[in-house]
Design a binder for this molecule. Structure first.
Ligand code: FES
Ligand SMILES: [Fe+2]
Length: 371
């Protein structure tokens, strides 16, 4: 029997990838001169905006004695630790003042840093770059640089609407991601009288191709279980509608639907909060129905339903996972999940060896399943 016909044991791998941008908080929740707590990859962060509204992210622990900085005093520029009053520049983390020093004590205050992270605002979210762990000697570490800007949603016209949704789930990022790319749960999890029932299940065939750091479901006419599709039919002929879905490491799924001059574009991320907790953030942009009242609300309702169904499913799954069961990945429905694990392994390999990443997909692949 060819190897691919056998179910494959799923690696229990909850490794979280550093060296990438992650969504930390919705931008509209972070106000000027306020401090917010967030956790990314088990790193406690304090996030805020300076006087000019520029966002920043610091490790939420003072390099002196570990005091959380989120309860400190913030003047719009420097953050003062509530324990001994050391002050840090919020953008680079550099220490500005140690109040206990006397005038003849010449300690070099500016050599001390509270960990600071590159931080950007993009499409309704504050993104934070989590670098590879610094060499030992924390407290004197200058902020890392992100090699590239935070990811953005692709937009195809200057005017559009934007909305986001989020849900937190008690499972590792891996389960969050393979749940997101799993085509077979649709008819069982996403049932609704106005949408589909489990009897609508039918055979599907999709083409996939490798792309840098990920894979693409090649442009195709969307199947009727893609959310905005039915609405799009009001605007364009079915055969002029095309959709492309990409997954790229560490956690990004983008979906683009185009129908003539109309488009819908989304960027979904599954963010590791801790090893056993993740959060799904869906941000969508579109230029359809901009004049239809309540359309954003309707889209939010439809997507919100789907996300809530996924969240509830994963909450139940987490119960089962507590007992450390053996799991499996089957072909073809779980092949994208296999690629995800292989991509992750290849990425780590490339990092370790310094060699270019060896993509796990040899070329285009056609997958078949029923959903
Ligand atoms: S713990 Fe922050 S100043 Fe001492
Ligand atoms: Fe789902």
């Amino acid at each position: 029997m060819p190897e691919l016909d056998l179910p494959q044991r799923q690696a229990t791998d909850t490794l979280m990838l550093t060296g990438f941008w992650y969504r930390a908080l919705p931008a509209d929740r972070v106000h000027r001169n306020q401090l917010h707590k967030a956790t990314l990859l088990e790193i406690p962060l304090v996030i805020g905006r300076d006087r000019q509204s520029r966002p920043f992210a610091l490790r939420d622990g003072c390099p002196h004695r570990g005091m959380p900085l989120n309860s400190g005093k913030f003047d719009g520029e420097n953050l003062e630790c509530p324990y001994h009053g050391w002050q840090f520049d919020v953008h680079n983390g550099q220490c500005q003042l140690i109040p206990s020093l006397t005038s003849d004590q010449t300690m070099k205050v500016d050599r001390i840093y509270a960990g600071s992270y590159p931080c950007e605002e993009q499409d309704h979210f504050i993104w934070v770059y989590i670098p590879d762990p610094p060499p030992p000697g924390a407290g004197f570490t200058k902020p890392a640089e992100a090699g590239e800007p935070a990811p953005t949603i692709e937009k195809f016209s200057p005017n559009y609407k934007l909305a986001y949704l989020q849900a937190e789930m008690p499972v590792s990022i891996d389960h969050g991601i393979i749940g997101l790319m799993d085509p077979a749960h649709g008819p069982f999890v996403h049932q609704a009288w106005w949408w589909r029932t489990r009897h609508s299940i039918h055979e599907k065939q999709k083409n996939f191709e490798p792309i840098p750091n990920g894979f693409r479901m090649s442009a195709h006419t969307p199947s009727s279980n893609s959310a905005p599709y039915r609405l799009l039919r009001l605007y364009a002929e079915a055969d002029s509608i095309s959709t492309t879905i990409d997954f790229v490491l560490p956690n990004i799924r983008t979906e683009t639907i185009r129908a003539g001059k109309y488009w819908f574009s989304s960027l979904t991320t599954v963010t590791p909060i801790t090893r056993s907790r993740c959060r799904i953030d869906v941000v969508a942009a579109w230029n359809l129905f901009r004049w239809v009242p309540l359309m954003p609300e309707l889209l939010k309702f439809v997507f919100g339903k789907f996300v809530e169904q996924d969240r509830r499913t994963m909450e139940m799954q987490a119960e089962g996972l507590k007992h450390n069961p053996h799991l499996m990945l089957i072909d073809d429905a779980d092949r994208p999940a296999k690629w995800y694990f292989q991509l992750k392994a290849a990425h780590l390999d490339a990092k370790r060896t310094g060699q270019p990443m060896k993509h796990p997909m040899p070329g285009p692949v056609t997958l078949k399943w029923r959903s």
